[in-house]
Design a protein around this ligand. Structure first.
Ligand SMILES: O=P(O)(O)OP(=O)(O)OP(=O)(O)OC[C@H]1O[C@@H](n2cnc3c(O)ncnc32)[C@H](O)[C@@H]1O
Ligand SMILES: [Mg+2]
Length: 198
């Protein structure tokens, strides 16, 4: 099995870095790609998998280290799976608050039963920039879109994502609880197994 002590995380999202490092514990040190470059690659793929691989290869190329990428997003049933891979850019790059406001507006007057959604996370790990066999792990988290924001923790769409198993929003969950239940936690649990860390 692959022996990895240091991995570069191909993400400029501080929320992801915090969550992924907490899930990995002390065995693997995650270094942010921000240490090496502030340029974000264009996410030109049409799927979470393609974008995750693209980001991982780019980070491995820049850092010379094995690289882990997380491509994730929110797929809303009523919107045919949107914003999906475009979740970070849903309100044209205006940030989390604008994304959340746009989503609330898009679901205005939509009844509770039709507000189903899932968070999706694909993790891609490459040993080097041209790795022909990236490790890919996927996690889904089913929930519903609230009609108003709730909670202070997390990032992104967390204040609007109602979690059935805990009966609160994912932003109401303490970080340790989100990190046990989330799409990212599920994908990371598979990755840990693949790396022999589980
Ligand atoms: O590409 P990197 O640099 O990793 O950072 P990013 O924020 O652009 O990440 P993505 O391209 O994968 O877009 C994911 C978006 O989906 C949303 N998202 C993903 N995981 C989330 C989570 O756990 N909680 C809330 N929102 C999440 C959030 O809006 C993210 O910006
Ligand atoms: Mg991105």
């Amino acid at each position: 099995m692959m022996n990895i002590q240091q991995l570069v995380l191909a993400s400029h999202n501080a929320g992801k870095l915090k969550e992924l490092q907490a899930m990995l514990g002390d065995t693997v040190q995650l270094r942010s790609i921000g240490e090496f470059s502030s340029v974000e690659p264009e996410e030109t793929g049409l799927s979470f998998v393609e974008n995750a691989i693209l980001k991982a290869r780019n980070a491995a190329r820049i850092s010379g280290l094995p690289a882990l990428a997380d491509d994730s997003g929110l797929a809303v049933d009523f919107l045919g799976g949107a914003p999906g891979i475009y979740s970070a850019r849903y309100a044209d790059g205006k940030g989390d608050a604008a994304n959340n406001a746009k989503l609330l507006d898009a679901l205005k007057d939509v009844p509770e039963a039709e507000r189903g959604a899932q968070f999706v996370c694909v993790l891609a790990l490459v040993r080097h920039a041209d790795d022909p066999l990236p490790i890919l792990c996927e996690g889904l988290w089913h929930g519903r879109i609230l009609t108003a924001a709730s909670g202070e923790y997390g990032f992104g769409y967390d204040p609007l994502f109602w979690v059935p198993e805990t009966n609160c929003s994912s932003a109401d969950l303490a970080p340790a609880d989100k990190n046990r239940l989330s799409h990212r936690a599920r994908a990371m649990s598979l990755l840990r197994q693949r790396l022999g860390l589980a």
